[in-house]
Design a protein around this ligand. Structure first.
Ligand SMILES: [Zn+2]
Length: 349
């Protein structure tokens, strides 16, 4: 059987299934059951809190042929099925982070004029909308100013302050919240049951804590741990799986290096040491991240590190990795390698 990530397998299919976003679900269901759906919505909030899931459910809810009395999509009708399987011609998902949307927005501006091909409404879902270029924003604004009856926009962003107010003012805004520890824990426990497995309470609490309010992160961590173990999921298994340093920490350290921020680097290494992490494993993860930044940059994508930064950091870290291999004082060697890569002489004093 094909392996399917837990997060996708148990993606919510009804608004009332959204974990920790009851305030959003309630208002949207109200609008749906009273036929007062707006033309444009913007969902804001931290990553992995259900914004895109909610947008997808909305795209089904407005097109469902037999919605429930509460306004939820039935999940069974032909429209629901098409949209669920991503085969509907009228539901468009645009990821503004990977392509900054100039062509897409132009297509969109031309496309909205036409009636939907299959469904009742054309739905445009634009993820990470704050990444659009000014030109793309202008094109989007034109359509938002006079949206045709048959079109609905669902925008999602982790950084609403980067979205022009002209856009924001034309959308109904919903703020998605970080999900509380207890709610995350309950949800994880539910998933473990659905998967026919068992887990120690402490183990699940650890995952809930590590996810910092993001459902997607929590479920992916659980997924990794379930795959990595057999039988009951214990706290020990989870610590082992979490031995790999969190990606956000890697990003933060790369950022500190690029910003010549010696203090943050020292604090970061201190944290690694206090958690008993393998210094070399960490450096290798960091190297991998910087290398990926370089590759993305060379393929013309927008990256956190520019090409020159990535090249220089990569060179210094490769040197550091060589020294770390034979070091008897790995913590100190790592610290020195990172500080060298940060070129503190370039820092503003
Ligand atoms: Zn339906």
């Amino acid at each position: 059987m094909e392996y399917m990530a837990l997060y996708r397998k148990y993606r919510p299919t009804r608004l009332s299934d959204l974990v920790g976003q009851e305030h959003v679900a309630k208002t949207l269901l109200n609008a749906l059951s009273n036929q007062r759906v707006a033309h444009a919505y913007i969902f804001t909030g931290p990553r992995g809190t259900g914004k895109t899931s909610a947008a997808l459910i909305m795209s089904r809810a407005v097109n469902c042929l037999t919605p429930t009395a509460e306004g939820e999509p039935c999940g069974q009708c032909s429209a629901c099925q098409r949209i669920l399987h991503g085969t509907s011609m009228d539901v468009m998902e645009i990821d503004a982070a990977s392509n900054r949307g100039i062509n897409e927005m132009r297509d969109l501006r031309d496309g909205v004029k036409y009636l939907p091909a299959q469904e009742k409404r054309k739905v445009y879902i634009i993820d990470e909308v704050h990444m659009l270029t000014t030109e793309a924003f202008n094109a989007l604004l034109k359509t938002l100013e006079e949206p045709p009856e048959h079109v609905m926009f669902m925008l999602a962003t982790t950084e609403p302050h980067k979205v022009p107010t002209t856009i924001l003012s034309r959308c109904q805004r919903f703020d998605f919240h970080r999900i509380g520890q207890q709610q995350l824990f309950d949800h994880l426990q539910h998933l473990v049951q659905l998967e026919g497995r068992t887990a120690d309470e402490a183990a699940l609490r650890l995952i809930a804590r590590r996810a910092e309010g993001g459902l997607r992160d929590a479920v992916s961590l659980l997924d990794q741990c379930l795959v990595a173990s057999e039988g009951n999921l214990s706290q020990k298994t989870i610590s082992g799986v979490l031995g790999i340093v969190d990606e956000r920490f890697i990003m933060a350290m790369a950022e500190a290096i690029a910003a010549h921020d010696g203090l943050r680097i020292i604090k970061g290494v201190e944290l690694l040491a206090s958690e008993g992490r393998d210094m070399r494993l960490f450096l290798q993860q960091l190297l991998e991240f910087v290398r990926e930044q370089l590759l993305l940059n060379m393929s013309g994508q927008k990256t956190m590190l520019n090409r020159q930064q990535a090249l220089q950091i990569l060179r210094d870290l490769v040197d550091g990795d060589q020294r770390l291999r034979f070091s008897l004082t790995p913590r100190l060697t790592l610290e020195l390698a990172l500080l060298q890569a940060a070129h503190l002489e370039n820092a503003a004093m």
